[in-house]
Design a protein around this ligand. Structure first.
Ligand code: CP
Length: 310
């Protein structure tokens, strides 16, 4: 694997290896790289979690972070993303992490650049490292994916998180359901739609999505308070969830819109655990792409795991 831009073409085995490596890293850490490596994080859209957790993950792996800020870069003089990436590659970067508002641009870039490229979110396309941390969170909870029922709820049409998770969870054998108001349904995702009330009664994981206002053509078609009542996770709905079921959300959360404020940190919420898992998930991906001695610990784990499952 040279790049990490989509969950669509990863096999069940590849996904499980990444999840288990991330789980192992979270539990026991990993040896940092001994050689000097540089990573450049090219963010052309705002981010708190993804950008900061990549920086924490890079520092834990002993990778030096090149300080790139698009507003203060030559992008402001008209330099293309390709020339920006080629420049950083020429300066000695070993890895690029890219977030961009345009669908599919990270895949196109990865085909033109020799060093590994990680998709940190491309428009309405995919968000594979968010997906990996979501998978890790579900794995920590249930230790399996087969037969786990996951409802992905909200602004499906504009969500890269929904797309990556729907693909990967299906590969892993989970049952994926979507729940959304009609305007935000996405016919390109071939999964059954259920109501929020059905999701409460049937699903092991309720994965809420942020309303992606910045990707809408016009201002929201529904008032925030009305959205919570009609489509969001209210306290009344939460009481109908299966006893063991968990709540997830990639964040940032629109409190009181997608979810009642009091539920964001309730007993079933894994929202801040997801964020914490983001560091290990991103360490696992960068270790795999950069390989070499940094993977020793995780490789040992995978060998042990393979032996114990024979
Ligand atoms: N979940 C997520 O991608 O958050 P940020 O936009 O803050 O990175």
């Amino acid at each position: 694997m040279k790049d990490f831009v989509s969950m669509k073409n990863l096999s069940e085995h590849e996904l499980l290896q990444l999840i288990k490596t991330a789980d192992e890293i979270k539990e026991h850490g990993i040896e940092p790289f001994r050689e000097q490596l540089f990573a450049a994080n090219l963010f052309f859209e705002p981010s708190t979690r993804t950008k900061m957790s990549f920086i924490v993950a890079q520092r834990k792996l002993g990778i030096e972070v090149l300080d790139f800020a698009s507003d203060f870069s030559s992008v402001q003089k008209g330099e293309s993303i390709y020339d920006t990436a080629r420049t950083l590659e020429s300066l000695g970067a070993s890895l690029l992490v890219v977030r961009h508002p345009q669908d599919n641009i990270v895949k196109e870039l990865s085909d033109q650049i020799s060093i590994p490229v990680i998709n940190a979110g491309d428009g309405k396309g995919e968000h594979p490292t968010q997906c990996l941390l979501d998978l890790l969170t579900i794995y920590q909870e249930y230790k399996r994916f087969k037969g786990i029922k996951v409802a992905i709820v909200g602004d499906i049409k504009h969500s890269r998180v929904a797309r990556s998770n729907a693909y990967a969870l299906t590969t892993l054998g989970a049952e994926v359901y979507l729940s959304s108001m009609k305007e935000w349904q996405d016919p390109s995702l071939p999964f059954p739609y259920i109501s929020m009330d059905e999701a409460m009664e049937q699903c092991d994981v309720v994965m809420l999505l942020r309303i992606q206002h910045e990707r809408h053509d016009s201002r929201s078609v529904i008032m925030d308070t009305q959205y919570l009542q009609d489509y969001g996770l209210t306290k009344e709905r939460e009481r109908k969830m299966l006893k063991h079921a968990i709540i997830m959300h990639p964040a940032p959360v629109n409190r009181g819109v997608e979810i009642d404020n009091d539920l964001v940190e309730c007993g079933r919420s894994r929202i801040f655990k997801q964020m914490s898992n983001g560091v290990a998930a991103r360490m696992a991906v960068m270790s795999k792409l950069l390989g070499k001695e940094g993977l020793n610990h995780a490789n040992n784990f995978n060998q042990r795991d393979a032996v114990s499952s024979r």
